[in-house]
Unconditional design. Structure first.
Length: 95
């Protein structure tokens, strides 16, 4: 089944309700958007994918600060900062 969606001036599209129900998607859920040569694929994001992305961000930050291979105690502050930033992006400030 194909559905035609319109892109808003803010770059937003609406996923049809039937698709959201079938995929059990609700407000606040994450989706993954993958670019192919001449198309995009939209699919539900998984916890493992989010965890892998977080690990990759932490690794990048740790390497950028020259802490790769250092004891965990030295690396932990960077990892905590990245994790906190991702939490705020997803859920907003902590209460």
């Amino acid at each position: 089944m194909e559905h035609i969606a319109t892109i808003s001036s803010k770059g937003q599209i609406t996923l049809p309700a039937a698709y959201r129900r079938q995929l059990k998607l609700k407000a606040g859920d994450k989706i993954s958007i993958v670019k192919h040569a001449n198309s995009i694929e939209i699919k539900p994001s998984t916890y493992q994918q989010e965890l892998d992305e977080l690990r990759a961000r932490i690794e990048k930050e740790v390497k950028a600060k020259g802490l790769w291979g250092k004891p965990w105690e030295e690396v932990r502050a960077v990892a905590d900062a990245v994790r906190e930033e991702e939490y705020r992006k997803k859920y907003g400030p902590r209460a």
